[in-house]
Design a protein around this ligand. Sequence first.
Ligand code: FMN
Length: 342
Amino acid sequence: MNLYHPVNIGSLSLPGNLFLAPVAGYTGRAYRSLCIDEGADFSFTELISAESVIRGRPDMKPMDDPSPVSVLLRRADNEKHYAIQLFGAESERMAAGAALLARWKPAVVDINGGCPVPKVIKTGAGSALMKNPDNLGRVVEAMVRASQEHLGGVPVTIKIRSGWDNGSINYRECARIAVESGAAMVSLHPRTRAQGYGGKSDWSLIADLASRLPVPVTGSGDLYTPEDAERMLRETGCAAVMFARGAMGNPFIFSTTRAFLTTGSYTPPGAAARIAIGFRHLERLAADIGEKPACLEMRKHFCAYTKGSKGTQGTAGGAGLRNKLVHAASIEDYRLLLHDIS
Ligand SMILES: Cc1cc2nc3c(=O)[nH]c(=O)nc-3n(C[C@H](O)[C@H](O)[C@H](O)COP(=O)(O)O)c2cc1C
């Protein structure tokens, strides 16, 4: 079977199965738009607190609202479909947050059941949702109801880990309860909360879940190259893959993976193309949040765009260049540092 194929998430039909994962601090509107340009079939906002949505500015039009939560929630201009990912622990608060999403018109509302960050789990949200599968089910059920009442019934989905730690691997139970409660897709990052982002993700758990669930399973974990994506799709039978760290500094991962899946070969982007798309990123981010904050935020992104590039401007190599990039504060600084990379 062709490994690149359409995916249906409930009532939503997507043309393909290459998704951009939610990555806090990286997958903002500007970056998502570059991934869409490069062929991402679906994209997620980073995790956004349901409480911050509730405290937001429902009186304002999205584009006139400069509050940080509104900036996080906005769809990119070229983003035909996107998912807004919410986090929270309490079903009625999550439903109240979801009910307020109508003005952003998400195609999907996704629930974060995987975040390992202490600030999030101490509230019972993120991966801590998996410690109490019954509550996780109530959250899904309440969100589905909120979607039916306020969002035209868009699908509700959930992203989980394999479990809290090695002693409590309960992705099967959490996924089953989520689907019984109305989830239309489950994304699985098969590491435990205790593993954080270290070690290797266990793709055999993705295969296990994909063989059990009546809804699409999206696989996440250690996807850095088109070959990785091909192998995950082939070995696990998951419906879709989502790129996370492998997409940082490399929006081309979508076009190259699609080429690889459909033709068997691809041309990796050169250093100059990566720098050029980095400047497009900077331009779009500056249009959203202003030039100065955009230049500061782009430091980490340009470090990603130049990973593997030789140094320039008399710097010793890639690391030397990145030491300079983390001090750049203007578009001119970036131009001077990056003009002769090829
Ligand atoms: C810095 C960082 C931020 C992340 N933020 C989110 C998030 O907001 N929501 C989420 O569901 N997963 C988040 N993730 C998890 C990724 O979506 C993905 O599941 C994980 O990184 C495994 O994929 P990878 O090994 O290919 O990077 C984050 C991961 C990283 C490294």
